[in-house]
Design a protein around this ligand. Structure first.
Ligand code: ACM
Ligand code: ZN
Length: 756
């Protein structure tokens, strides 16, 4: 049955695509409507078109659509409240009592008719925006069509962190426009964190006077060693007037804003302004570094007065049902040593600091519930017991969401695996620096918000899902756009269209069409969907490289070094001398992807068999032992896949050169990244053998000498003949006091071994 259904659906898609291909080029609607039938003929959108909007709410949507047409197409329509003509009209029929956000569109050659509730009419216009095509003679056309549509999930969310990097009101409005275009209805505005407090609170002016600016920002990656900071004063905040303006702007676009005020952790900016609400009294500074910090709000009574005051002003500004109080990543270090916190634990009869966190959240919940609102927090609010009426946002995987739904609490799914748009969407070698992870468009598209672990009754507690956009590595709004597009389109379809007729290939074709809409509205986006990736394999005297593109039917072309000749890739390329290889995906002779660039350094050991005595840590063993001789010298800032990483263990590697070779030099790379607990080896010893059993030591060097070269250790020795070369790099061992990771085992990271 399911197969029959699938093939019917497939036929349905083919019919649609055939129609689309038939003159009304490239109709692509994201999210895919529930029912879409494209008919013969077109409706001509022109200066004589009149929108008939009889109700006040549909007038709002009509005006917004008209502004859009004016801004991006240079067409301004007339809007009437009465129907005075039969032809060339867009008629809006407000319909109460339908399932929320349902709409119908009927497009004929004479008229466009839209029916729906307030949200439905707004969404109908978002669909129509994606149906406008350019006809002959510069005419704007809509294909004749019948559409019926409604959403699957009620919580269709996008989050934005404005603390790590701040964007002004104009950018926030643009963000809201993007959400609206793709039928999201929830904007989670992450307004406070360690790196900046971004919302004016009248009763506590220092929150913005002091808390909204930091005196510098980390340069480059968190893992950089040693870390460096710029000294540029950085920050900003929204006045209450601006917030009201944004709330109203969003409401007109059917978007509710969920403000987030972080507690008890991620509070350094607030504590820099009001250190009296900490355990130690400070002083503190607004953080220049990313991460999780020990200084958090103290659970004493004065803090709860402050929290109540802040939440009260926040609730005055944001009329939505939910207020987000954070609750994630709150170390209990200070609480354990704080007399005030310990007194609360004793007074309330709490077993430990985890329950003190629950107590803290419950106090915030009481304030929120007293105003008839609901609290939502990150899944850590489950630890130590969930506040009585709280909703949970599940980010550390799906477990928190499952647990809360089983307890009958509302849940929003936002697991790092599929919903973190601060992760890479393509290869770290070609995408801009990101926090980590690898969350491709396909992965987002494949997300199913309802966990299999829930039964029918429990599933009803899953409100929906959202993507989180943490901005540590997104310094400006253009970069934010790049990270959300096109992944946001995939989430939009997951949340609106549901899982009934998912088809990634069809979606991908529609995404490509959507790129021209993003171009029209000036939004930046990643083209990682076209990226070429290489696999490298050993061959005698070098390596063989194979390319694939994630996008169907592209040509992969490559060029070598700085040559101008470009070759079309057919099989694989053998590399046996030092070479820089470039490749990219092309469609119709035009380059689509970013350029893959990789230098290969070929030595006597490249592509040879390497045996390891100790197995690298599974997290840093992507390519296995071959990583050490694949011709690719790992780069800095470090990219995990290019290294072998050993936790607490030594590298003992034996390279088999396959025959006796005269050798006089060995180079190896190691990583010094103290902030990630990665330390160079204590010593390196080189031994040789001709039978693979009896080894002679020919060189030994300790760390002091190697440190002078920082990155590579080079060993020169008198020429010798050998077939087997063994390298023993001793792990630095337990990390000494006053060094990052003190008391823990050091990591040892090794990359290319080159024997000459
Ligand atoms: C989070 O990503 N710390 C919620
Ligand atoms: Zn305390």
């Amino acid at each position: 049955m399911k197969n029959i259904l699938n093939s019917l659906l497939l036929t349905f898609f083919i019919i649609i695509l055939a129609h689309i291909g038939n003159g009304q080029n490239n109709i692509s609607i994201i999210p895919q409507p529930v029912k879409l039938k494209i008919n013969q003929g077109v409706y001509n959108l022109n200066l004589k078109t009149v929108i008939i909007a009889q109700s006040a709410s549909s007038l709002v949507s009509a005006n917004l659509f008209n502004d859009y047409l004016n801004q991006y197409y240079g067409i301004k329509l007339r809007i009437n409240q009465e129907l005075k003509q039969e032809k060339n009209v867009i008629i809006l029929n407000y319909k109460a009592g339908v399932k929320k956000a349902t709409y119908k569109i009927s497009i004929t050659e004479n008229a466009v008719s839209i029916e729906g509730d307030e949200a439905g009419i707004f969404y109908a216009f978002q669909t129509i925006k994606q149906m406008i095509t350019l006809g002959e003679g510069d005419k704007w056309l809509l294909p004749c069509a019948e559409i019926t549509d409604y959403p699957t999930f009620d919580w269709r969310g996008m989050h934005l962190d404005v603390s790590r990097h701040f964007v002004g009101v104009d950018s926030v409005k643009k963000y809201i426009d993007y959400l609206a275009l793709y039928k999201f209805n929830t904007f989670h505005w992450h307004l406070t964190d360690d790196q900046g407090w971004r919302i004016e609170i009248k009763k506590y002016p220092k929150l913005t006077q002091i808390g909204s600016f930091r005196n510098g920002t980390l340069i480059g990656a968190y893992s950089t060693s040693p870390r460096q900071y710029d000294s540029i004063r950085y920050g900003g905040f929204y006045t209450q007037e601006q917030i009201k303006e944004v709330v109203e702007y969003a409401a007109k676009r059917q978007i509710v804003i969920v403000p987030e005020i972080e507690m008890p952790g991620h509070a350094l900016a607030a504590l820099a302004a009001y250190p009296e609400f900490s355990c130690t009294g400070g002083p503190f500074e607004v953080s220049k570094l990313w991460g999780v910090f020990d200084d958090v709000f103290c659970a004493k009574e004065e803090t709860f007065v402050f929290i109540k005051d802040v939440l009260t002003e926040v609730m005055d500004l944001f009329p939505g049902e939910y207020i987000h109080v954070g609750g994630d990543e709150c170390p209990k270090t200070r609480w354990k040593k704080c007399d005030d916190c310990q007194a609360v634990i004793e007074r309330e009869g709490l077993p430990d600091e985890l329950t003190l966190q629950s107590y803290f959240i419950s106090r915030a919940e009481a304030v929120i519930n007293a105003r008839g609102r609901k609290l939502i927090g990150w899944d850590e609010i489950l630890e130590g017991g969930l506040a009585p009426n709280a909703a949970v946002m599940s980010w550390r995987g799906t477990e928190g969401g499952i647990e809360a739904a089983k307890m009958g609490h509302p849940v929003v799914m936002s697991p790092g695996s599929h919903c973190y748009f601060d992760h890479y969407q393509g290869s770290p070698l070609t995408e801009p620096h990101a926090i980590g992870g690898y969350t491709t468009l396909k992965k987002v598209y494949e997300y199913q918000p309802i966990p299999d672990e829930l039964n029918q009754a429990e599933r009803s507690f899953v409100l929906g899902a959202q993507a989180n956009v943490w901005t540590e590595y997104m310094p400006n709004f253009k970069h934010i756009e790049y990270m959300i597009f096109p992944r946001m389109l995939a989430l939009s379809e997951v949340l609106w269209s549901g899982s009934g007729n998912k088809n990634y290939d069809d979606f991908l074709q529609r995404v490509v069409v959507s790129f021209s809409l993003l171009d029209r509205i000036g939004a930046n986006y990643s083209k990682a969907i076209y990226e070429v990736s290489a696999s490298v394999l050993p061959i005698p005297n070098g390596v063989q490289v194979d390319f694939i593109s994630a996008f169907p039917n592209t040509d992969i072309r490559y060029w070598l070094n700085s040559e101008s000749a470009v070759y079309t890739f057919n099989k694989s390329i053998d590399i046996t001398t030092n070479t820089t290889l470039h490749a990219a995906a092309f469609l119709n002779d035009s380059i689509q992807s970013s350029v893959y660039t990789q230098s290969f350094e070929i030595s006597k050991s490249t592509g040879k068999k390497v045996t390891l005595k100790n197995t690298p840590s599974p997290s840093y063993n992507t390519g296995g032992a071959f990583t050490l001789v694949d011709g690719i010298v790992a780069r800095i800032p470090w990219y995990g896949k290019e290294w072998l990483g050993f936790s607490g263990e030594d590298l003992v590697a034996t390279v088999d050169l396959e025959k006796e070779e005269e050798i006089s030099k060995l180079t190896m790379g190691f990583l010094l990244a103290e902030t990630s607990w990665i330390y160079p080896p204590q010593s390196v010893e080189i031994l040789i053998s001709n039978d693979g059993e009896n080894y002679t030591s020919i060189k030994k060097m300790n760390t002091d000498k190697m440190l002078s070269s920082k990155r590579f250790a080079t060993f020169n020795f008198s020429p010798v003949k050998a077939r087997f070369v063994k390298i023993i790099a001793k792990n630095a061992g337990i990390i000494p006091e006053h060094k990052p990771g003190a008391g823990h085992e050091a990591w040892l990271f090794i990359d290319e071994i080159q024997i000459k």
